[in-house]
Design a protein around this ligand. Structure first.
Ligand code: AHM
Ligand code: MG
Length: 335
């Protein structure tokens, strides 16, 4: 690599040269990135740090929390309280938005996050991640009310995810394409390692939890059946399958070499509207995927256009290489 561009320098240039962000949004992203470094350090201690295993509590979604879910949530909350850039925060791990304490100044932004995505993988040493999304707080609305956050994904000003894998990577968009930074552990900084990430339009790889096959709706069943038929079927080529069960890891593979990721609506989760959460999983990932030339749909419409009605709302998610996502959407229309 000939150029050494840290996240700080990238953000300064987004502010000064490309004028995509202001100083407060720059500070926000810097602080989130530092919190992600702290989470990465906590995760990497593993059994030595006593951080593995269950926390013994449940989140608002009724899911058992891992110790690292709780630790990661606290790291993000504490890091983002004092900067003066935020009006409030919302998290997968908290029922209601988190107010900025009175002793600190209030800013204009709202931060949403899934502090530790894929945390069922943590105890088996498989990649996990953090996902975040940034909105502007609407004027005249109480920032600590869920209503302040209920804005469609098209209003996101920035979104990103960190993958805690063999390396710690931060993938970011401020609506100006997608870039990736690798954590330089010796210096404690994120360094730009990929610019202008583009998802290939065509793919031979898909990601879905096949154990749900009997619950799927006919359009998803039709699509996957065609992929499985391979060379001898309608598609005329073989497809390969991967499922990490950490959305960040599955989506990052797609960002790197193309593919389609699906957590569709199925009979088992019909009453809940889907498995993945709109505000801090589907929206930020869809923003990033679209910024990289991919597509993101529920099967019935574009994810970023959904007008949310609940903070912890769930949605079906089909995202990745554009032609494949459009094919799945067309099967839904035909059905
Ligand atoms: P989490 O945020 O509680 O970790 O749940 C979300 C995860 C995603 O990362 C992943 O795609 C999905 O749940 C896996 O679900 P399943 O175990 O049903 O395959
Ligand atoms: Mg998650």
């Amino acid at each position: 690599m000939t150029r050494h561009i840290t996240l700080s320098r990238y953000l300064i240039e987004e502010q000064r040269i490309r004028e995509r962000i202001n100083a407060d949004l720059r500070l926000l992203i810097e602080i989130v990135s530092r919190a992600c470094i702290a989470i990465s350090v906590a995760i990497s201690k593993g059994g030595l740090g006593g951080v593995l295993g269950e926390a013994g509590s449940e989140n608002i979604q009724g899911e058992a929390q891992k110790k690292l879910d709780v630790i990661s949530n606290e790291i993000l909350l504490e890091a983002n309280e004092w900067g003066g850039h935020l009006a409030a925060m919302a998290s997968e791990e908290m029922e209601l938005p988190h107010a900025i304490p009175n002793r600190y100044p209030q800013g204009e932004y709202l931060l949403l996050f899934d502090p530790l995505d894929g945390s069922s993988n943590i105890d088996v040493n498989i990649s996990v991640g953090t996902i975040f999304s940034v909105l502007r707080c609407p004027e005249g609305v109480d920032p600590t009310s869920p209503e302040a956050f209920l804005q469609p994904g098209t209003r996101q000003l920035a979104a990103g995810y960190t993958v805690y894998g063999p390396t710690t990577l931060l993938v970011l968009t401020v609506g100006d394409g997608v870039v990736a930074f690798t954590l330089d552990r010796e210096h404690g900084t994120f360094v730009l390692t990929q610019e202008n990430i583009r998802i290939p339009e065509e793919t031979q790889e898909f990601a879905i939890n096949m154990s749900n096959i009997r619950h799927w709706e006919p359009p998803v069943r039709r699509y996957v059946d065609e992929l499985l038929a391979g060379k001898t079927g309608a598609r005329g080529k073989d497809f390969n399958m991967r499922w990490v069960a950490s959305m960040v890891a599955d989506v990052h593979r797609i960002m790197t070499r193309g593919g389609i990721f699906m957590y569709p609506l199925d009979a088992k989760i019909m009453g809940r509207g889907g498995k993945l959460r709109l505000m801090y999983e589907a929206n930020p990932m869809s923003f990033i995927v679209e910024q990289a030339g991919g597509a993101a749909s529920t099967g019935r419409g574009r994810i970023l256009d959904i007008a949310p009605v609940e903070l912890h709302q769930r949605v079906p998610v089909i995202l990745g290489s554009k032609n494949e996502v459009e094919r799945v959407a067309s099967y839904h229309r035909q059905a």
